[in-house]
Write a protein that binds this ligand. Sequence first.
Ligand SMILES: CCCNc1ncnc2c1ncn2[C@@H]1O[C@H](/C=C/CNC(=O)c2cc(-c3ccc(F)cc3)cc(O)c2O)[C@@H](O)[C@H]1O
Ligand SMILES: [Mg+2]
Length: 214
Amino acid sequence: TRTSKPKRILAYVEKHAVPGDAESVVNAIDAYCSRVEWAMNVGSDKGKILDRVVSETDPDTVLELGTYCGYSTVRIGRLLRPEARLVTIEMNPDNAKIAKQIIALAGLNSKIEMLVGSSSDLIPQLKKKLDMKTLDLVFLDHWKIFYLPDTRCLEETGLLHKGTVLLADNVVCPGTPEYLKYIRNSSRYRSEYFPSRLEYLQVEDGLEKSVFLG
Ligand SMILES: CCCNc1ncnc2c1ncn2[C@@H]1O[C@H](/C=C/CNC(=O)c2cc(-c3ccc(F)cc3)cc(O)c2O)[C@@H](O)[C@H]1O
Ligand SMILES: [Mg+2]
């Protein structure tokens, strides 16, 4: 059957990355998407900010919304302690299939679990399904209009604790105006904007880091 962009990314990673070396998987995807074809991975500029937030948070439990090809999943997973757990949610089964292979190639299966389905359906089940007490870090990178409803859902399902960090991609481009308006005006969060560049381009974008205050 015809290839897709995720399939072409996987083929390039299989050819150029070193199995079990998560760093080489991240570098291979960045090489492909900067030289051959653009893809909506968080990329290396914003990725360095993501790395710093993950390292400073040093989370036991991470939730990612919107796996796509697994670039940020691997980027985050490579920094986690062996006993830490990352759950990533992806609703498109074709993307999930590719991402699973990229995560496996990076050697991160022991730390990463992918749930195939929509965040709206799966977030309410997280607490019991994965014995998830609470989340230490949430990375939002799915359809931008769902950042706010899903954040409200995370609040209501008791998955956030005092100190949980929400990190949102693309708050400038494509932009997440409703989410930003809510999170920056809520007394329940302390937010900070990290300016950067849209992946693989010279366009302004950035990450919004918001700490839940309980
Ligand atoms: C019920 C829908 C909401 N819940 C969801 N639950 C589970 N998975 C979901 C999902 N929404 C989307 N997804 C998945 O996340 C991925 C979608 C990500 C959306 N990201 C973007 O649109 C995006 C877009 C750009 C972009 C920037 C500039 C431009 F000109 C064009 C695009 C840059 C980015 O960094 C982006 O993240 C897909 O794999 C999709 O299947
Ligand atoms: Mg993004």
